[in-house]
Design a binder for this molecule. Structure first.
Ligand code: FE2
Ligand code: FE2
Length: 259
């Protein structure tokens, strides 16, 4: 078993350039004309071929990603591809096995075939039971991968057991301040229909403080995640009561327009 590697590659994730001994590449990166024009990449295919085991990519694309086609709209194939992309970008910051990172991201939601509630555990089981993976990974690596898939839902609970779990858990979520605000308002409206507007605001504020504030329970597992600056942006609003009230008012009125 031998995985080729790129000794020095300059990889670009969205607009951020990362120099790394491992190549961080993604379909989106390949499509970026700026990156190609700047000569950062020979071709996406070359980088992928050299950094991730080719038969593994082939197997994932033929057998694993198509499973997502049957899941709900938020968990279709493009979700798995985005988690792969973000996982590979994060992996560039750590001394990790890029093939494991790739496979974990590809498998992480396959357990949805057994329902949503325990899908993370089912994904772990699917990895453990996949005989094909034993062609490329040791038993120890497979166990680490299975545990990482199990830990991918650790968005606010226990800490993932390994760096692999932290990478996939962080890659699996997108903290977008506007969306958090909109969803919190929607949730409040749906679950507390008797609340007047001020009561809704107080519940909205309490939830954001409890989860997203400086002392909130939400934890970022990796500081290099794109979620870090976005969470800071949200925290700035939460710290400033006036700004928080304004954000509520703006999103609240937009939501009213929609209903
Ligand atoms: Fe999931
Ligand atoms: Fe996911």
């Amino acid at each position: 078993m031998r995985f080729a590697s790129v000794p020095l590659a300059i990889c670009k994730s969205r607009m951020r350039i990362v120099e790394t001994s491992r190549c961080v590449a993604s379909l989106r990166v390949f499509r970026e004309p700026v990156a190609q024009a700047a000569g950062f990449f020979p071709t996406f295919a070359t980088i992928m071929t050299e950094s991730i085991h080719k038969p593994l990519i082939h197997y994932v694309e033929q057998e694993i990603l198509p499973r997502y086609d049957h899941f709900d709209a938020a968990h279709r194939r493009n979700h798995a591809e985005e988690v792969i992309e973000r996982s590979l970008a994060l992996a560039g910051h750590y001394d990790v096995n890029i093939n494991m990172v790739y496979a974990i991201a590809a498998y992480h939601d396959t357990g949805l075939s057994e329902g949503r509630d325990l899908h993370h555990l089912a994904s772990g089981r699917i990895i453990r039971n996949d005989k094909k993976l034993r062609q490329w990974f040791s038993e120890g690596q497979i166990e680490t991968m299975a545990q990482a898939a199990e830990d991918h839902r650790a968005s606010s609970g226990h800490e993932p057991r390994s760096i692999y779990g932290k990478i996939v858990a962080e890659a699996d979520r997108l903290i977008l301040p506007e969306k958090v605000i909109r969803r919190t308002i929607q949730y409040t409206r749906d679950h507390f229909p008797d609340y007047d507007k001020e009561q809704q605001y107080q519940r909205f504020r309490a939830h954001l403080l409890e989860k997203y504030s400086d002392s909130g329970y939400l934890k970022l597992w990796l500081p290099e995640s794109d979620n870090a600056p976005r969470l800071e942006e949200l925290r700035k609003t939460i710290r400033d009561e006036k700004a928080l009230r304004a954000a509520f008012e703006e999103s609240f009125s937009k939501n009213l327009d929609l209903s």
